[in-house]
Write a protein that binds this ligand. Structure first.
Ligand code: FNR
Length: 186
């Protein structure tokens, strides 16, 4: 299964990026995760949405070619960062490559709540009709107090988090395969 990871933080020491890298490296057998570079994606502009700059074309091509999207979001002021909202706006227009693409969400923060409010907003956006991205049901991944759970190399040292992520990835793969099988029957 080919998965693109869209990470809402572009800073070099981002915990969320490290979380995406952890998933990419740890679950190589189950899925091929590519973390996309979002730094060069310009602000959404309706005037050029059908012939956008190269970074947007590349973003759309990679999402179109992927089986699923992994969103890894920090929480900024109780919501998702502008980096992610901007990407969603581009993906929801033109050839609408996000439409129908299965998604799952994770997020990490140093606070106790682990991006719960940002993820609630992200779910609302993904379910909006213009985006329409089906979301892994029944699993929410909030990695709170991340600075105590992850070492400087991005390894998760908190055993409960490791075990929980294991179950979420297994659930996602199972759910994705069920969706794919249902699509094949139609
Ligand atoms: C934050 N942070 C934050 N944390 C939180 O739990 N709730 C919030 O509403 C906010 N708001 C917020 C706004 C802005 C502009 C910044 C820069 C930060 C703290 C945030 O969780 C922390 O910086 C994380 O480390 C950001 O994620 P990365 O960059 O480590 O992936």
């Amino acid at each position: 299964m080919k998965v693109v990871a869209l990470v809402g933080s572009i800073r070099k020491d981002s915990y969320n990026r490290k979380l995406a890298e952890y998933v990419k490296n740890k679950y190589k057998e189950q899925m091929d995760v590519e973390i996309l570079n979002l730094r060069d994606v310009p602000f959404y502009d309706q005037d050029i949405e059908n012939d956008p700059p190269a970074p947007v074309k590349e973003l759309r091509q990679k999402v179109a070619a992927a089986d699923a999207v992994l969103w890894v979001t920090p929480e900024y002021n109780y919501s998702i960062p502008g980096v992610l909202k901007n990407v969603i706006d581009w993906l929801s227009r033109g050839d609408r490559v996000i439409n129908g693409k299965p998604s799952f969400i994770m997020g990490a923060s140093m606070g106790l709540l682990g991006t719960v409010r940002a993820q609630q907003h992200l779910r609302d956006i993904l379910f909006s009709p213009g985006v329409n991205s089906p979301l892994l049901p029944g699993n929410e991944v909030y990695v709170g107090v991340v600075h105590e759970k992850m070492d400087e190399n991005g390894n998760i040292k908190d055993e409960a988090t490791v075990i929980f992520l294991e179950s979420v990835i297994a659930n996602f793969v199972k759910w994705f395969n069920q969706q794919a099988a249902a699509m094949a029957v139609k």
